[in-house]
Design a protein around this ligand. Sequence first.
Ligand SMILES: Nc1ncnc2c1ncn2[C@@H]1O[C@H](COP(=O)(O)OP(=O)(O)OC[C@H]2O[C@@H]([n+]3cccc(C(=O)O)c3)[C@H](O)[C@@H]2O)[C@@H](O)[C@H]1O
Ligand SMILES: Nc1ncnc2c1ncn2[C@@H]1O[C@H](COP(=O)(O)OP(=O)(O)OP(=O)(O)O)[C@@H](O)[C@H]1O
Ligand SMILES: [Mg+2]
Length: 265
Amino acid sequence: MDINKAKDIVVNFIRDRAEEAGVKGAVVGISGGIDSALTAYLTVEALGKENVLGIHMPELKLTPAEDVLDATEVAERLGIEFKTIDISGPLTSFIEAIPDSRLSFNHANGNLKARIRMSILYYYANIIERMVMGTGNKTEILLGYFTKYGDGGVDLEPIGDLYKSEVREMAYLVGVPVEIINKPPSAGLWEGQTDEEELGISYELVDRFLMLLLEGESPQMAQNTLGLTAGQRDSVVARIHANLHKQKAPPAADLDSLRGPYITA
Ligand SMILES: Nc1ncnc2c1ncn2[C@@H]1O[C@H](COP(=O)(O)OP(=O)(O)OC[C@H]2O[C@@H]([n+]3cccc(C(=O)O)c3)[C@H](O)[C@@H]2O)[C@@H](O)[C@H]1O
Ligand SMILES: Nc1ncnc2c1ncn2[C@@H]1O[C@H](COP(=O)(O)OP(=O)(O)OP(=O)(O)O)[C@@H](O)[C@H]1O
Ligand SMILES: [Mg+2]
């Protein structure tokens, strides 16, 4: 891929969609990771630094100090307005208010964190009339590796057609700090979580596997080409199928057959 041309397309996409929506600016959740850093850089290029609000939303007991510093550095380098909002309070209130909650429910609590962050971004989008930028990449979207209505609850997905490896390439191009590019990707939803460990495969391999599948190769052929284990092949294929629903609007039961013609002569 010509990464320079890809960048121009994404920047124009952000500008056109903002204009179409009638908003001047955007809100971006900046975690200290590469996806949100790249999205912030591209959004600033598209809309101007005065029209981008970055919000870092750490959970104080869990978020590494390094992430707080990296998120701050992104905002400082870009010269954008930046807020830090601790989600520990809302998270605790939420969990305390749910009778069946348990602190040990990593999966449910982790998704709740992503949904609390989404709600904060939309709160700002509503009060200052801006769009919420998504930070999902093609790898995450194909795998459904995101929280439905959490980090998946956004207005645009500017980098949603870039594989993770292409995200890295574009991040170098626009000047995202190298320590952010080199950090192991993490959803940061529970202690010690990393994407590659949870997925059971490296991004480099899963990107190449997905590319081969999209070119029409069978999972078995792609597995052989890349030297994956059968377990890796099956788990990636199962993930793709199980999460297809995340790429669509929730379906409604079709009742058209029960209605008469709309137009009567
Ligand atoms: N076919 C279908 N049609 C309609 N809905 C369907 C469905 N299958 C499941 N569902 C529903 O989907 C829901 C489960 O989806 P969801 O709540 O998203 O939860 P789920 O996919 O189980 O978990 C989210 C995953 O994304 C990862 N994640 C989250 C956030 C950020 C990042 C990151 O990389 O930064 C990664 C996280 O670590 C975890 O592995 C349930 O309500 C389930 O019933
Ligand atoms: N602590 C946080 N503060 C602000 N936004 C966050 C935080 N954690 C997650 N998010 C939002 O959720 C998105 C999804 O997280 P994800 O981990 O996939 O991306 P990332 O952190 O930007 O990149 P990386 O893959 O390097 O971890 C982030 O890009 C960001 O918009
Ligand atoms: Mg992250």
